[in-house]
Design a protein. Structure first.
Length: 207
């Protein structure tokens, strides 16, 4: 156990080390960096984090993180309302947006079905997706853009079963991304191509 010269320093390091992927050494380095900044910079940092936690909301349509009840993507008249891309979380939205190859809307599930982790369909926004599909007059296609893991495939299958009764095309992104890779780590060219060369779910699952 580290011996800190200050209980305030120790408490700050403990807090930073709670963040994903941040060990005690990295936490100490971050805290010492903040100590070298002027008080105004540290205050802005803390206030930004506090505002993020207290004021951020989830889009009432797609469930993406937003500053407003309806996010900028859902409220934009330039987006194609005929297509919804289903993703796991906001990191996937960012990754796909960075490709510049997709101009439709999104639906953020908030995770994927994973019985080992105690995550079932009821824990995700699947029912909200079904309601969007049922209530849309413009929608023609739902793209399933989940990671190609066992959990991702399980979720794709569940969504297909849930949505196949609707008069829409259900497709999956092409398997240009290596098995097990997360969308956020795929390079933009590969991810962009996987969206452009998507295939119908029933053909992809039997091919």
């Amino acid at each position: 156990m580290e011996n800190f010269s200050s209980k305030l320093l120790q408490a700050a390091v403990e807090e930073f080390s709670q963040l994903p992927g941040i060990g005690k050494k990295t936490a100490l380095r971050l805290v010492l960096h903040l100590l070298r900044q002027d008080s105004g910079s540290v205050r802005r940092f803390s206030e930004t984090m506090l505002q993020l936690r207290e004021n951020v909301v989830y889009c009432k349509s797609c469930h993406n993180i937003s500053d407003k009840p309806l996010c900028d993507i859902c409220s934009s008249s330039r987006r194609d309302a005929g297509t919804i891309c289903v993703v796991e979380d906001i990191r996937d939205v960012i990754a796909i947006e960075n490709t510049g190859q997709y101009y439709g809307l999104y639906h953020v599930l908030g995770g994927i079905i994973s019985p080992m982790d105690g995550i079932g369909p009821a824990d995700l926004t699947i029912d909200a997706l079904a309601e969007r599909v049922a209530g849309s007059q413009e929608l023609s296609e739902v793209i399933l853009a989940l990671s190609t893991t066992m959990e991702g495939d399980t979720t794709n299958f569940y969504l297909y079963k849930k949505l196949k009764a609707f008069d829409i095309k259900i497709s999956v992104i092409a398997r240009g991304i290596a098995i097990g890779d997360e969308l956020e780590y795929a390079d933009e060219v590969t991810l962009g191509r996987s969206i452009l060369h998507r295939t119908a779910y029933d053909k992809a699952s039997t091919g």
